[in-house]
Design a protein around this ligand. Sequence first.
Ligand code: IPM
Ligand code: MG
Length: 355
Amino acid sequence: MRHVQLAVVPADGVGPEVLRSSRTVLEALAQIDGGIAFEFREFDWGSERYLKTGSLMPEDGTRQLEQGGFDGILLGPVGDMRIPDHVTLGGLVLPIRQEFDQYVNLRPMRLLEGVESPLRNGTVQNLNMVCMRENCEGEYAGVGGRVHRGKAEEVAIQSIVHTRAITERLMRFTFEWALKHGRKLVTSVTKSNSMQYNMVFWDDVFREVAADYPAMAHDQQLVDSMTVRMIARPESVDVFVGSNLFGDILTDLGAAITGSMGLAPSANLNPERKYPSLFQAIHGWAFDIAGKNLANPIASIWSAQLMLDFLGETELAARLMGAIERVMREGKVKTRDLGGTSTTEEMTKAVCAAL
Ligand code: IPM
Ligand code: MG
């Protein structure tokens, strides 16, 4: 029996519903497989805990995750109307990404058959991109300060930090992944025309790393024009690597043009496997539909699929992807974000049936 230990942090908003879906689907897969058992340990971390105790997770939260022997972490969205966003995110998601050296945030953006793209020229053939987003530092390094609050002399500084260690490993991971997955082009997203230190450094490292992979074509694109390229010439975008903030913005765009935020998954990876990796839908906590059985669980389920793949459960990963594709292709079950009226539970059942 293969035992897979998973930490589950449903967190806020629609999190509990969509993570329940992921668990249900993983359990269905285990039944079919017969040789694998998923063991879930739930953590009640999130905004409710913050309101009660003053912190989203215990002080030794990451240590608990590290010492729990987990193969992966399934995380829901984090946020609450009553708490400023930088407090919730700085109290849970960002520390896990940073402390667990999850320097790759892998985000597929692929139009599935049966899903409609808002792009007139968007097809299943030309909308198939993957973003490798830097995930530990850059614009999110958390370095800066604010003085003279509220006064005319007020100053706020948010520093961008890029290290060679992370930048290089991220880019090597990107090229290796692109080669392994039969991709054709790696694009570096930059802004070195206006940021002469961090982004010129980024370009230098990209050029050095690309030179080690002559079999893979590469190019670079300024981030502003990357938005245009993704929309006007989506077929020209294959795998791209970007800084933390650029990757964040471009993957929301990618989710929109491939049909819905409700479909878009992510894998926060520590490729060395020194720490557990984290899998999370890229959407937010969607307070307006929370607890109503309306959220699209596919983003969460697809994130679990990325986890299976990362854990080397390639057969199960392929089966699950096939099931997601089938449900979308048949189009009988559609949540509201896809223009339908199906519930979270109906969508989950449909995926299990397709398995
Ligand atoms: C994402 C989210 C997060 C990010 C927020 C919630 C901190 O937008 O995962 O894309 O910016 O990384
Ligand atoms: Mg985002």
